[in-house]
Design a binder for this molecule. Sequence first.
Ligand SMILES: Cc1cc2nc3c(=O)[nH]c(=O)nc-3n(C[C@H](O)[C@H](O)[C@H](O)COP(=O)(O)O)c2cc1C
Ligand code: SF4
Ligand code: SF4
Length: 276
Amino acid sequence: MNIDEVQLITFSPTCTSKQVGEAIVHGTGISSVSKVDLTLEAAGKRGGPSHVLAVITVPVYGGHVAPFALERMRELHTDGAPAVVVVYGNRAYEKALVELDAFVTNLGFKVIAGATFVGEHSYSSEKYPVASGRPDADDLEYAKLFGEKIRAKIAAAEDVEKLYGVDVAHIQRPRQPFFPLLRFLRRVVKLRKSGVLMPRTPEVNTERCTHCGYCVKYCPAGAIIKGEECNTVAEKCIKCCACVKSCPQKARAYDTPFAVLLSDCFKKQKEDRIIL
Ligand SMILES: Cc1cc2nc3c(=O)[nH]c(=O)nc-3n(C[C@H](O)[C@H](O)[C@H](O)COP(=O)(O)O)c2cc1C
Ligand code: SF4
Ligand code: SF4
């Protein structure tokens, strides 16, 4: 069968999931591409016909799919065949891929491919790098190859009914060295016992802020108000760090003790994985 249109559906505050999605779409070789960017708004009530391939890429938050991503996809309905991809910050994606699969299956999709890719951790900084610079050229090349494989799988099927689904639970997990993981778990317990709290929002260096408004524009949660860029509405902030990474003055920083542990315990770069 032939699919001549691809739809990229993504939620991506710091653009790593988006980059992976774009490379997959590029790899399919399909020139008619539409984009549904859930980062700043919900998809709304829209359907995808079965002849359109959907590529869905979202980040992992706390071992789950970022809740905003699911919330903003809720009204999609389709009988199409998508590839589902989670992008995580080199620690672990835990249940996220299986969760995303179940969610989109419930919306009417038949999942035909899945993948887990590594992206620079949202909390990564110069001082405490975590998977800094990923997805790198190799990741994007692999994402492109994944796109090629999806296209080949579709081409080999006679029609949508014959296009077989995939059980993403069987995807190979990345290698995780045991001792750094143990060290991480011990230090998390110690951190929690110490009563040190995670900051609820990024901090702002008021002397650096020029009130350019970029952070307002890129905040997916509406947690920064125009004209009051040096304050953040803690109740709305999802700690995605889009404002930190988009600020041209480097006026915003999310300094969490958690980043110190991540940087120290997850130095070994994990591999991307795919299943079709
Ligand atoms: C609140 C929050 C929780 C996160 N939890 C995890 C996690 O459990 N495991 C992990 O490996 N990375 C975690 N990350 C890192 C992101 O999954 C990673 O940086 C991803 O590439 C961000 O995607 P984006 O660039 O599309 O926003 C977390 C990031 C944030 C902001
Ligand atoms: S992006 Fe940076 S400089 Fe611009 S308003 Fe926001 S905090 Fe200020
Ligand atoms: S204010 Fe919070 S939710 Fe908004 S971009 Fe910054 S970290 Fe993300």
